[in-house]
Write a protein that binds this ligand. Structure first.
Ligand SMILES: [Zn+2]
Length: 232
């Protein structure tokens, strides 16, 4: 394991042939996953902070790896959801972004052999290193026994101000509002055609639909259109 380079969940998803659709949504959901035909997809709400987006990417990765469901809309990072599957996805994400060994290595680097309690500057340095949200890092540090519940509570507030004071970029704590499609969708459609899994007609239809956004949002839009054209 490389203890210095943080996990790039987007590359992990790409390598797993999972399409990524990033979009700012009006809703405050974190994201969703979808399995449909040959498509595996995660949708990430970019109106949430970048740290939360990274976390959500890992949370959805858990669903795609281990769930039987083929679709779910998620509020990631709550850790205390009534839904045990959601809790599992949250803990998976926290450990996936900051695995034990890497976290221990980075904590030791901060402490430089001194025995002292971790403070807010340490938490911020660590979440910056691992690219995860402040809340998720605090929960991860509590889980690993580096901080107590009261310290976690105390370190929760004013993270952006403190990160700026410590000289970090605010990016992790802000929404990116980006629109992006990272996908091998066209390639997978061709592959399905070549393997005889879909017809030429369906292949052309898929390419015409050009995509993922259509898969996620298009169905409802198309239904709306249909509704509008119903003669009175
Ligand atoms: Zn979920």
């Amino acid at each position: 394991m490389n203890l210095l380079v943080p996990v790039d969940i987007w590359k992990v998803l790409q390598a797993s042939e999972i399409s990524i659709l990033k979009k700012p949504l009006k809703s405050n959901i974190s994201g969703m996953f979808l399995k449909k035909g040959f498509v595996k997809l995660v949708l990430i709400n970019t109106s949430r902070t970048v740290g939360h987006q990274n976390f959500t990417g890992c949370h959805e990765y858990f669903h795609l790896l281990y769930d039987q469901d083929d679709k779910k809309i998620c509020r990631a990072g709550e850790f205390d959801s009534n839904d045990s599957n959601e809790r599992e996805a949250d803990y998976f994400a926290a450990y996936f972004l900051a695995p034990d060994e890497a976290l221990e290595f980075q904590v030791e680097r901060r402490l430089k052999g001194k025995r002292r309690a971790l403070n807010i500057a340490d938490a911020i340095a660590l979440e910056q290193m691992f690219g995860m949200s402040h809340q998720a890092m605090l929960i991860r540090l509590k889980e690993a026994g580096y901080i107590h519940a009261e310290e976690e509570e105390h370190m929760r507030s004013r993270v952006l101000t403190q990160a700026l004071q410590l000289g970090y970029s605010p990016d992790l704590y802000l929404p990116s509002n980006e629109n992006a499609i990272i996908s091998n969708y066209a390639e997978k459609a061709k592959e399905a055609l070549d393997k005889g899994l879909i017809s030429q007609g369906r292949y052309e239809e898929l390419l015409l639909e050009a995509g993922l956004e259509e898969l996620v949002f298009g169905l409802t839009e198309r239904e709306e259109e249909r509704d509008e054209t119903i003669p009175l």
